[in-house]
Design a protein around this ligand. Sequence first.
Ligand code: ZN
Ligand code: ZN
Length: 486
Amino acid sequence: MSVFEPEVVLEIILNSLHPSKRTVFTAKWRASLEWEASIVEYVGYMYDLTKVHGNSKKTVPPTLPPGIPYYGPRFIPPTYSHLSKRENSPRIKPELAYLRPLNVVHPFYYGDLKKCPQCGSIDVLWDSWTNTGHCRLHGIRTEESAIGYQLRCKPCEKRALAQPAVASGPDNSKAVQHCFVTTSAIFWDKWEHWELPRGIPVFTHRCGVTRELFDLIIEMRPSMTSGGLAENIRRPSSMNRAIIHSSYSELTWVLTGRVYSIDNTFKASAKATIVDGKNQGCTNIMKGGILTCIDENNCIDSWRLCQSQANAELEELLRGIYNRHVSLDIPMPDMFVADNCCHVRNAIQKIFPGAHVCLDAVYEKWAKHGDVWSRAAAKVHADQLEHVKKGCLERTREDLACDGSRIEGSHKSWNSIMRSYASGIEVFTSLGHDLTLRRNLRMAASILLSNTSPAHLNHMKAFAASILGSHHVRLANATAKLWNTL
Ligand SMILES: [Zn+2]
Ligand SMILES: [Zn+2]
């Protein structure tokens, strides 16, 4: 992405040229008064400098001289601010404001496109710029345009010449095409969308879209309506992922606990899928579900999507919590509660040696109501009895809340994300961070208001106080910084 100022680029190129060539070059450049035409000149010039000429014996192409700036392939028109720095009283041309960013699809930027899109032959020649000018592209924030270069295929040209003249009439079979523009749908017809070189817009028969917008459409599912897509663009959670992620991690960093409940939920994570282009299906690669770690204050101290149910992923998550306790100089948690206690015990005790791992007591609660037990539940009950024998029901901290019903409550929130938003993995992660952030802030604010809280929560209370309960962590931080400078 480069802001392209024609006069500046001309100046730079002239400096690099031999004085005898400057007049000719300036005349050629100035002949193209339009912004886009200057870009075409510029790219053409760079291409000539770096390509291997047809009858040259060299195989290694020459490199771009250090005096020539490399701009593109996406060119942004200069803004008023650029003009005002170049001239004291800028000559404002309103038409400049209507210029769209220009995407150049040219062999200078994408070297390995030299293949006939129709017959696959490599006996092809880069011919010239398209003679129909730029085409329009739909973009996320603004409409854009694209300009392409033509590829001429020699075998196809021969076939076209051999074809009887009548065949090219409008009501006969189609004439063989032998010239292909890089901004046409035919050129990209045989490419899968993931094969496209990064940054190239996606061209279809009706219109083109920028790569950014295309990625967003894929993420939001192609079946979504255009209205729904527009709503997702406006909603900050999909666009400002970076802000959400960092806000999430800033708060999470001060969350610590004495007793943790560890849990997996699978239903919601089934949403975080990858679309398979060929079979039009969705693949769920997060088979391990959502792993959450809830402390005794009901805050989600950490969560992640897991690819499997292997303990390695749990260990990674616990390592983060461990580091946090070390950095804040807070005693390590005493007890972990899980409904697969015997499966995760080793992983937990590897990170937190000496921690007590016990069974989620929610099953005990159910056992009191005889009627919830079905045939399948009887098997579960037998399994639970095994845990009882191993002492998994023993509690080292009876004073702190650690029952599984709170976890079941958090499942409700996770599942509501799944129901209300169309999303792929990326957006799901953002939504998950957003959910966790808001939930934790609510808990942190209520702890702040209650005066009787243990010392290890002081960091969290300080954090909640500093951002005044707002979940716009970054905004609150910026405001506080500004306030401090006053
Ligand atoms: Zn061909
Ligand atoms: Zn057990």
